[in-house]
Ligand binder design. Structure first.
Ligand SMILES: [Ca+2]
Length: 372
């Protein structure tokens, strides 16, 4: 499928490339006063996109007797790029399949939902499998270099050899799991451990004081509740998601500031500007997300992942799966936390602790596989 790219912040929202003189426009949308979408089926036979624009626009106006502007939707063609746009600004994603069928995905409160039973969520789509469940982000399949190359002074031998990993599409928590999400599991009898918040408050702060075993209880409960296969991310998935296409030390570049993440700012990467030391976990999503829309992949709290510990990447899987051999008495962590120096919150930084470790600066985020 040709995936749509938004074209600017204009009135047409998102756009899709068209090809061929005939087009089935199988879904057109109107947003009603309650911001709900309605669907009609139209067929257009045109000789060009400009003709198409006219037809769609006129039919829409005829059928509904109101202007798109008034109802908060817009249809049209970007004349410069000859792309058709469907939907309200920032309200829809659309794409065409091989036969020119336009699929449109409704956006509501930053939630992209497949309305047409294709079972497919676009990269960047966000969803939640239940009320109170972690918000998930669809991560596109891709290939990247995991770990650190030789010659990076702040890196560790455990991050080598750097190697190419192919990661299938999957979904990962937009944020670290929060106390509110954890407490729902405790209240429901799914989680046996109720960790202290050390007087900082619960709610949207990341849950801490949970071991990897505790995290597995939460994931099992979440799986039962939703019927989905929730799990911890693999190390490869975690780093791929954290990098979001970047190859630098951080997804912000080779420096990270304490206006970008929560870590021990007075000890940044050498030659990078100093920051502050907050000394506590902040509510999740207190800083800007990375390019995949994920928050706090650098610092705040460290995050347990699925793999067994290995001292280096020699022999590690290259298909994105977790490495389930090695020292399985140790749980691997990623992200680093508010207590760590800059070097320990890098995208490639990794370490381990015994499985039953419960620390005030350790939490986790969830993941689950998705159908292609
Ligand atoms: Ca984190």
């Amino acid at each position: 499928m040709a995936q749509l790219n938004p074209f600017g912040n204009g009135r047409f929202g998102h756009a899709v490339a068209l090809s061929g003189p005939d087009l089935w426009v199988s879904q057109l949308f109107r947003i009603d006063q309650e911001h709900r979408a309605s669907v009609w089926r139209y067929r257009f036979s045109g000789t060009g996109t400009e003709r198409l624009l006219t037809d769609i626009h006129q039919l829409s106006l005829l059928r509904h007797g109101v202007t798109g502007e008034k109802l908060g939707y817009a249809l049209g063609v970007d004349r410069n790029s000859s792309r058709i746009a469907v939907g309200a600004p920032s309200s829809f994603l659309a794409e065409t399949n091989a036969t020119g069928l336009v699929l449109v995905y409704e956006r509501s409160e930053r939630l992209f939902t497949d309305r047409f039973g294709t079972g497919r969520l676009l990269p960047g789509a966000q969803f939640r499998d239940c009320e109170g469940c972690p918000q998930m982000v669809m991560i596109p399949a891709g290939s990247y270099a995991q770990g650190s190359p030789l010659g990076i002074a702040v890196s560790n031998p455990s991050e080598r050899p750097q190697r190419q990993v192919n990661v299938p599409a999957f979904a990962i928590g937009m944020t670290e799991v929060t106390f509110a999400q954890w407490d729902a599991c405790v209240a429901d009898g799914g989680c046996t451990h109720s960790p202290s918040d050390s007087g900082l408050g619960r709610g949207s702060r990341p849950v801490v004081g949970v071991s990897r075993g505790d995290a597995l209880e939460y994931l099992a409960w979440l799986g039962d509740k939703t019927g989905k296969d929730y799990r911890l991310p693999s190390e490869s998935e975690w780093e791929y998601a954290a990098r979001a296409g970047t190859t630098s030390l951080f997804n912000t570049g080779d420096c990270l500031g304490t206006d970008q993440a929560n870590f021990r700012g007075p000890n940044p990467i050498p030659s990078c500007p100093d920051g502050i030391n907050r000394g506590l976990a902040l509510p999740v999503a207190s800083f800007a997300p990375n390019a995949f829309g994920l928050y706090d992949t650098h610092g705040n709290v460290s995050e347990w992942v699925q793999d067994c510990w290995n001292d280096n990447y020699t022999g590690a899987p290259t298909n994105g799966s977790a490495w389930m051999t090695g020292d399985c008495s140790l749980a691997v962590w990623r992200s680093g936390s508010y207590v760590e120096f800059g070097s320990a919150v890098r995208s490639a930084a990794r370490g381990s602790h015994p499985l039953d470790s419960r620390f005030a600066n350790f939490g986790f985020r969830v993941a689950r596989s998705t159908s292609p």
